[in-house]
Design a protein. Structure first.
Lengths: 164, 164
DNA sequence: CCAAATTAGTTAGCATAGCTAACTATATTC
DNA sequence: GAATATAGTTAGCTATGCTAACTAATTTGG
């Protein structure tokens, strides 16, 4: 979050379809997809602020809540962040009593990090806010549109899992 | 993100459909949509780093390139950021010669900010990298899936425009 | 069995990005 | 012309990301 990303404020005019009538071309779908994802998250983002924790912390906490206890290195890998960054995020979460850190019995270098009840509760609260907001906006869609959107999200989610 | 957001690492188990057989329920679509958007952008994000400018700068530059010259206040509003934040972003872009700042002839308080040729070129380069990456990944979809995804993205983009 | 290499995490220090509060300078209003 | 409003900046805080250099613990290999 600080994260944000560059935006394309138009439909793709550069890179036009090489084959005109062969359905949507890859490049413009990619372009629109990117732009749309950015704008979607920008809206949703503000709901998360209500939890009082920053986005990186909420995200790490979420990994712990839904994925179970992890070592610092595992958490860093899951969040695609370097260890020093995760070290600080973990310190912040621990200070707020949202996680609990214990030593590994076998390997004194390792730490086990788990969400506390307080952490789980906070995360759920944030999720409720965010999802409620999104769901409220989606209410404006016609049933058929919602159905199509749902289908597409699943297609995309499945595709994402296949990427490295 | 620095940016980033909390993730839901499961399908919606809380808030199950109130009406079982009436198509996808709002809450789980909202949940999956959010999670998918996050993961999508996490992947794409790294491509942008190749430009050498941070995400906030690229995004502001993009507004200038595609939306034409703006005052600082307009830029801040477009980016949903406070003026002091935009002030620093503009300073950074100007230092890299990606934008050009001139005074308003009528009102000495105002500034006009426009992208330079260098700025436009940099942005296009970043866009090429990012979109090429995405498009490459989308190639793995079957034509029908791509078509559905495209449709859904347009539905969503239209919906987003209606939000405040 | 001990020295070297590897692994886990931390510390220090840098840059970006967000904010609020307080400021300067210019325009507008009364 | 004095009070007010508007446009941006400055100062200072927090959070997030990084790399480089460090400590401590474990593993490996001779």
């Amino acid at each position: 979050m600080a994260d944000d990303f560059s935006i394309n404020h138009q439909k793709s005019t550069i890179n036009n379809p090489p084959e005109p009538a062969a359905g949507p071309d890859l490049l413009s779908v990619a372009d629109r997809l990117h732009s749309t994802a950015i704008h979607l998250l920008r809206r949703v983002r503000k709901q998360d602020a209500a939890t009082g924790e920053g986005p990186a912390r909420l995200s790490a906490l979420s990994v712990l809540v839904f994925g179970g206890p992890k070592t610092l290195g595992e958490l860093a890998a899951a969040e695609q962040v370097k260890p020093p960054t995760m070290s600080r995020i973990v310190a912040g979460l621990a200070r707020s009593r949202l996680i609990e850190v214990t030593q590994d019995a076998k390997d004194a270098r390792r730490m086990h990090i788990r969400a506390t009840a307080k952490g789980t509760k906070l995360l759920q609260k944030g999720r409720q806010l965010r999802i409620a907001y999104l769901a409220h906006q989606l209410e404006q869609l016609r049933p058929q549109e919602l159905s199509r959107l749902s289908e597409a999200v699943e297609i995309l989610a499945e595709l994402l899992q296949k990427w490295s």
